[in-house]
Design a protein around this ligand. Structure first.
Ligand SMILES: [Zn+2]
Length: 64
């Protein structure tokens, strides 16, 4: 399941978050961040706000 990752300040689209990885697109270039415990910081191209996202397993339910 994919959901849009938007800037917290201006709602500009930063990329696509599909849980296991994040897809970032800027014009012709496209980046995929993968590997479970990633940490991505995106600077909004519109308002320059810092948006941070960390990968997969730290979110939602973690039962041991
Ligand atoms: Zn923004």
């Amino acid at each position: 399941m994919e959901k849009e990752w938007r800037c917290a300040q201006c709602d500009c689209l930063l990329g696509i978050d599909s849980g296991a990885h994040v897809r970032l697109r800027h014009k012709e270039a496209q980046y995929v961040v993968d590997g479970g415990d990633y940490n991505v910081i995106a600077v909004c191209r519109n308002c320059s706000a810092i948006n941070e996202r960390s990968g997969g397993r730290s979110s939602s339910s973690r039962s041991l």
